[in-house]
Design a protein around this ligand. Sequence first.
Ligand SMILES: C[S@@+](CC[C@H](N)C(=O)[O-])C[C@H]1O[C@@H](n2cnc3c(N)ncnc32)[C@H](O)[C@@H]1O
Length: 267
Amino acid sequence: MVFRGLGVNIALTIRSTPDPVTPRQYVAASLFTTYWHVATGPVCKAFIRKGSVMADTRWYDKFAPLYNVGTFGDLFYRRARQKAIDELDLSPGSTVLDIFCGTGVDFARLHQEIGIQGCILAVDGSEGMLKEAKARSGKLEIDDNCIVFLEADLSRNSGIEKIVSQIHEKQPHQVLFSLGLTCLENWQDFTSEIISAVQPGTRLAIMDVYSKRLTLGARFINWIGAADCPRTVWSALEKNCHSFQWFEFRPFKVLDVSVFVASGTKP
Ligand SMILES: C[S@@+](CC[C@H](N)C(=O)[O-])C[C@H]1O[C@@H](n2cnc3c(N)ncnc32)[C@H](O)[C@@H]1O
């Protein structure tokens, strides 16, 4: 596994020749890649063998039990995540839509802000990730009345219809998109659909990865996260919302990839 990790790393380095690769970037990518292969080897093997398209929700099903370990217990995203949640202006009793909820990494903070009168509407396309999310919700002792789970493949019209119908029913006034839009092919249309479905005054926040150039680090993040770092996934928010703000974090400085938080209010 370690050798395969190093092999992939060398391939990534060679592919990224148009971009300068510093020795620090090289070492960081080597260490990350090797770690990733050790942590998620069996899943990657199954994934590579099938040759499926990245960001397929079935890939996340396989990856779900390893997600929290594979992301170092959320070490790199913690500050940005907190900022995104702060930007939502939550208050006790709020209903918040958590899109791409994954294993429920944001549940503790969201529940703390909205309390037992509030409700989290947790949406994801992967059954495996939702299973982990439900387990986390149980561990956090979040009452069943305070959380609703919805499985919806947001790359399909049927999935978008499901989430829009839940928005009309539950009328969330806060929407969080965390680390999902860079994985979604139809991110532009999807974000616009969500903005048009929510009530005026709704706060929206996006936390995701971004890199202007397809550097070695960006390729690496794309590969491990099934993402596409150079997308400006905040553009619909910037175009359609007021009070737009954009914040940059640099937890992957050595890889030259940013984590950003973008927020705005639907007029
Ligand atoms: C990188 S994880 C992020 C999880 C979580 N938001 C976090 O911050 O840790 C991306 C999530 O997006 C979900 N996802 C990817 N493609 C999707 C799709 N087409 N429809 C719905 N969810 C999708 C995956 O199942 C996964 O849980």
